[in-house]
Design a binder for this molecule. Structure first.
Ligand code: SF4
Length: 478
């Protein structure tokens, strides 16, 4: 369960060892990467097991009740194993919930508080005063990534200005704070230079990027760039990696982003969390950008016919009637979204919706979820059948070395329409390219079959990787 990573550089005798548990969404994962990077820069080693850890940091999630429970049990497990635990992340914003269950926790900090975590670590495990690690910045290696080398999350903003009734993110993470475009672009540049081929742009409300800083300009490679999603997407697209947009709300300027997708500048993929389709439920949920969803989707598809739309929905929100739910199913049939996830509504202690009347019984929620998933699965299968016979670009994530397979003959990857971890996969025979395709390569593949979620086919060619960013490996070689 600990973040399993080895630390590059010479092993230090008696180095302080920190275990790390990272829970929650990709935004929390980025926070974990920042803390781990700082730990490593200060000469701490990351312990892969509890037995080796002097202390453990748990980066928690507090979004919904099951996530809170998972976080509390991870804290308990780490305490039992090591006795010294620092808690950070979303649940850290509610220290009383943690102390009530685990009074022996050594320190608690909120989300994005790298400094707070580091000062707690310094107190528990004072850093070595080794001149080689303390005086030379970054000596023990670069930034720590918890994703594979070929893809990375790029967080462009923190917090959220909305007040969705079921959500406590604005209470936990505060109002939206966008990063300067220059800072984001330099980070993207560094990531691509060191091997990233796919960037996942994330925040709580990606469409609202820059509003809080009035689209402030900042410097990137000698030019001024606005903190605006369109400008950022153009610049990211120019770097030549796959750029995937997550958590995009359907605001009017998203049409311009979809035009970039149609021009092949960024991936034709939109992750749009719609949550429902009944106007009455959306009104009570207080969802941003919730009007005329079908018209918006039709328009996007006219601009970019190859667009993959992913969305998530909540069923059984307080007050949801059978008629509301039927509207949601009708919407699903009409919109024919490519990728869909759904959750039964779950109460969160401090969310406004917890006090709403009209609770939907658990059995009804579960029955609606099953009906929803049946429709979503059928549509997904139909849409994937449309891809059979086509040749698509696929990025390779892993080898599928089942027993009896020769190494490298079977591969698992994703098309431009699939985000890692949440969408489908493509299972490929390497064919004549067996043994030549590496993880992170982009290949073209002939799709021969499909089921409800995944595609199956064969590699036809290995595609050259030529980003507009110099590659660190190449620089070292020549
Ligand atoms: S947009 Fe709504 S659901 Fe998303 S983080 Fe903001 S308040 Fe929460």
């Amino acid at each position: 369960m600990l973040a399993c990573m080895t630390v590059s550089g010479e092993p230090q005798v008696n180095a302080k060892k920190v275990g790390f548990i990272s829970l929650g969404c990709p935004k929390a994962l980025v926070d974990s990467e920042r803390i781990l990077t700082q730990l490593r820069a200060e000469g701490y080693h990351i312990a892969p097991t509890y037995e080796e850890a002097d202390t453990v940091i748990v980066n928690t999630c507090g979004f919904i009740t099951p996530a809170v429970e998972e976080s509390l049990s991870a804290i308990g497990e780490a305490l039992d194993a090591t006795g010294r635990v620092i808690v950070t992340g979303c649940l850290g914003e509610r220290p009383e919930t943690i102390r009530e269950r685990h009074p022996k926790v050594a320190a608690i900090t909120g989300s994005q508080d790298v400094e707070g975590v580091m000062s707690a670590i310094h107190e528990l495990l004072p850093p070595d005063q080794n001149p080689f690690t303390s005086l030379i910045p970054g000596m023990s290696g670069g930034e720590v990534k918890l994703t594979p080398r070929h893809y990375s999350y790029l967080k462009i903003a923190e917090g959220c200005n909305h007040k969705c009734a079921f959500c406590i993110i604005p209470k936990l993470r505060g109002l939206q704070a966008s990063r300067d475009a220059g800072e984001v672009l330099y980070e993207a540049f560094r990531l691509i230079a060191s091997g990233t081929r796919e960037l996942m742009v994330i925040s709580q409300d990606t469409s609202a990027y820059g509003i809080d800083v009035r689209y402030r300009e900042s410097e990137f490679q000698g030019k001024q760039v606005r903190a605006h999603l369109l400008d950022l997407a153009v610049k990211l697209g120019e770097m030549g990696a796959w750029v995937r947009m997550h958590y995009v709300y359907p605001y009017p300027h998203v049409d311009e982003i979809v035009k970039l997708m149609a021009q092949g500048k960024i991936l034709p993929y939109l992750d749009v969390p719609l949550q429902h389709a009944s106007p009455e439920v959306l009104r009570r949920m207080r969802r941003p950008g919730a009007g005329r969803q079908l018209d918006t989707i039709r328009r996007w598809r006219e601009i970019c016919p190859d667009l993959t739309i992913r969305s998530t929905f909540i069923v059984g929100f307080p007050g949801e009637t059978e008629a509301d739910f039927q509207l949601l199913l009708d919407f699903l049939e009409e919109a024919r979204l490519d990728r869909v996830g759904a959750f039964p509504y779950s109460e969160v202690e401090e969310a406004d919706a917890t006090h709403f009347e009209g609770r939907v019984p658990e059995a009804v929620k579960e029955a609606r979820l099953a009906r929803f998933m049946e429709v979503a699965q059928r549509i997904s299968a139909e849409k994937l059948q449309e891809k059979v016979g086509r040749t698509l670009e696929v990025i390779i994530d892993e080898y599928n070395d089942d027993e009896g397979d020769l190494s490298g003959t079977r591969l698992i990857g994703r098309t431009k329409g699939d985000a890692p971890g949440i969408d489908g996969q493509v299972y490929l025979y390497a064919g004549e390219l067996a043994g030549q395709v590496k993880i992170g390569d982009i290949v073209s593949a002939r799709i021969e079959d499909a089921d409800e979620y995944d595609l199956f086919g064969e590699v036809t060619a290995l595609l050259p990787w030529q980003p507009n960013v110099p590659q660190l490996g190449a620089l070292v070689k020549h």
